[in-house]
Design a protein around this ligand. Structure first.
Ligand code: PMP
Length: 283
């Protein structure tokens, strides 16, 4: 596999990052994951805008232009023969002597990109079966709107879900669902789709923005507000969104079925619209 590291395209075995990299020592870095379908990149501009915002919130700049980033994405997709898959991008504050204070602003940032091939990414069996979810307390830090590489609690959450025989966990804070370990969370009651409002408590999903736009265009009702686990338990259906899973139905919460216990029509319709529209707009 060819990967990109600080200006070079290298076989993955030859790619190196300093042991002093602040991404490694302090999780002082941000990332993006963008889907590729049919060799084309989905929602590239949405991911780039969020990347720039994450960097800015941490006092870092964009080391590469939008067009340079797009060229790197495309070259990696081509060189690695990716038809369906993902592009992972990480930018850190770079390598410096270990110190909590940020290093000199001219310290070169580290930029790494690699691809993951996922044949049949859009035809996941999970879309037909639905996901089982458990709830866990949200014990992450308070700036979840910044897409940092500090992902230990979400990893713990995934392991808790696995141990419980589930696929993922929804996190709760002050009695309300924030989001999934790596996705935004939704319930459907009657004609209304409910998902948490934007704020520092959740990541501002690129897929969330697109799906809510398509839902409104299709005359569905959308409420952006926090919801409780009780509301989720009583919902007609539930689903998640993320760049790598698109729209995925949720059929079980803490061992009890949601709605009929089968994937619901709203999630199925939004998945179809999202995939159609995203493929059309892919670059
Ligand atoms: N929330 C969290 C915590 C995430 O990690 C992700 C995926 N990166 C999302 C939501 C979904 O965001 P997106 O649709 O941009 O992938």
């Amino acid at each position: 596999r060819t990967v990109y590291v600080n200006g070079d395209y290298l076989p993955e075995e030859d790619a190196k990052i300093s042991v002093f990299d602040r991404g490694f020592l302090f999780a002082d870095g941000v990332y993006e994951v963008t889907s590729v379908l049919g060799g084309k990149i989905l929602d590239f501009d949405g991911h780039t805008v969020r990347l720039e915002r994450s960097l800015k919130e941490l006092g870092m700049g964009m080391p590469l232009s939008r067009d340079e980033l797009l060229a790197i994405h495309r070259k990696l997709v081509a060189d690695n023969g990716i038809d369906d898959g993902l592009v992972y991008l990480q930018i850190t504050r770079g390598a410096a002597d270990r110190d909590f204070a940020y290093p000199d602003p001219d310290t070169p940032q580290s930029v790494v990109l690699f691809t993951q091939s996922k044949p049949g990414l859009a035809e996941s069996p999970m879309a037909k079966e639905g996901m089982k979810i458990i709830s866990i307390p949200d014990e992450r830090w308070g700036r979840r709107d910044i897409k940092t590489v500090q992902l230990l609690y979400p990893s713990m959450g995934k392991m808790m879900a696995k141990a419980a025989g589930a696929h993922d966990a929804w996190m709760t804070e002050d009695g309300h669902v924030t989001e999934g370990t790596s996705n935004n969370a939704y319930i459907v009651k009657g004609n209304t789709i409910v998902t948490r409002h934007l704020g520092n408590e959740i990541l501002h999903g690129i897929t969330r923005a697109a799906v809510l736009r398509f839902a409104r265009e299709a005359q569905m009702q959308v409420e952006e507000r926090a919801f409780t686990l009780d509301e989720a338990a009583e919902a007609d259906e539930a689903f998640i969104t993320s760049a790598s899973t698109f729209v995925m139905p949720v059929v079980e919460l803490d061992g009890a079925p949601i709605g009929t216990g089968r994937p619901g029509p709203v999630a199925a319709r939004l998945r179809e619209i999202y995939l159609d529209e995203s493929r059309k707009a892919a670059i």
